[in-house]
Design a protein around this ligand. Structure first.
Ligand code: F6R
Length: 364
């Protein structure tokens, strides 16, 4: 039931402090990750992993894209990520020692399941990160880690995504131990995770500001989302949410690509949302962004260090709480979920049941 919330989507957005906690609390002990959580045979399998292939669709694919930054950047493990519908229909090269990771809320997505079935004989093992116990992906994978988000009713995925990210971070740690991740780094990551529920609470407290911001989008037909590093897939996820439930065309770009084409599109009718948590990236972005505001474009910047970003004509700065870098993709997702929600409410669309979409895509 929706309780005090007007829509399931909003209820599920607000469940995120609790469900992200449920995704890690029983799986860590003394600031270390317990790899038994992945199954009895997990350790023996992880010992043999040489690289990772992640397969998923939609929002789950965005989680996979973030995991690639973690796997290669934090753990030093080669990692590929691809949408299931492409992967399954092309000849692929599978190297020895490949751990195949599927990510899926429903565990029933036809393309993801078909991709797993196609490669089963060629991979080292399969692991699914999934929200539905007993689903096809869970039954057919060698290992599974449940996201523990509880039933997700809103068609637009929210809490499934953030809990997938928590699980992928745990996965990065347990495999990373066999590669370049030190125990000190592992402890630092687990201690950061402990801060996650309260950081999500703080992000949820931005709701009134986001509702105000949504007015700038309701009448628009196009929008641009920019991010860099792990925040690029977050920009993609923010754009997908806006498309799905408010029917506004939203495109995400890696921030550095702006001047390679999309900048030509920007004018007063195309709001730009930028996720720019830290100073290093902010300096580079600022130059790009000035070009956008010079064209009358309206900018919305989610930033962690607001003192460095000058609000001004057409530039709106939304201050995010201070947080460990590792948590940024999870916490910065929250205001983007709220943005799409409020724009959809303003437009009067069916938030929980967007047109043309199904919760579980069991056909191609
Ligand atoms: C987006 C959304 C879809 C799903 C996609 C994969 O809000 O819900 O893009 O993420 O259909 O579904 P699962 O995760 O069930 O495999």
């Amino acid at each position: 039931e929706k309780g005090k919330f007007k829509h399931f989507m909003l209820k599920e957005i607000y469940e995120q402090p609790g469900v992200t906690l449920a995704a890690f609390q029983d799986r860590v002990q003394d600031a270390l990750v317990n790899e038994r959580a992945f199954g009895e045979h997990a350790s023996a399998i992880f010992d043999q992993v040489k690289q990772i292939q992640i397969i998923a669709c939609g929002t789950s694919y965005h989680a996979g894209m973030i995991a690639k930054y973690w796997m290669e950047g934090l753990a030093g493990i080669p990692c590929h990520v691809e949408v299931a519908s492409e992967y399954r229909y092309r000849p692929v090269v599978i190297q020895e020692g490949t751990l195949f990771i599927s990510i899926s809320q429903s565990g029933e997505t036809a393309d993801t399941l078909a991709a797993l079935r196609d490669v089963k004989q060629q991979i080292l093992a399969s692991l699914t990160i999934c929200n539905v116990p007993g689903s096809s992906l869970v039954r057919e994978s060698d290992l599974f880690l449940m996201t523990n988000a509880g039933p997700e009713i809103g068609v637009a995925s929210t809490k499934a995504f953030t809990t997938q990210l928590v699980c992928l971070l745990l996965t990065t740690v347990v495999i990373g131990r066999r590669f370049k991740m030190t125990q000190a780094k592992e402890r630092q990551i687990v201690e950061s995770l402990m801060l996650l529920p309260s950081l999500i609470e703080q992000a949820l407290a931005m709701d009134a500001d986001i509702e105000l911001m949504s007015q700038a989008f309701a009448e628009k037909h196009h929008s641009l989302f920019l991010g860099r590093g792990t925040l690029y897939p977050v920009a993609m996820e923010g754009a997908l949410k806006l498309k799905e439930i408010s029917y506004i065309h939203a495109e995400a770009y890696p921030a550095g690509e702006l001047k390679h084409g999309p900048l030509a599109l920007v004018d007063k009718d195309m709001p730009v949302v930028t996720i720019a948590p830290r100073n290093d990236m902010l300096d580079k972005l600022k130059a790009n962004l000035q070009e956008v505001s010079a064209r009358g474009g309206e900018l919305f910047i989610f930033a962690g260090c607001t003192q460095k970003v000058q609000a001004g004509d057409g530039i709106h700065v939304l201050g995010m709480p201070e947080m460990p870098e590792i948590l940024e993709p999870i916490v910065y997702t929250i205001p983007l979920q709220l943005l799409s929600y409020h724009v959809a409410v303003l437009k009067g669309t069916d938030v929980d049941q967007p047109r043309n979409l199904a919760k579980s895509v069991t056909v191609e």
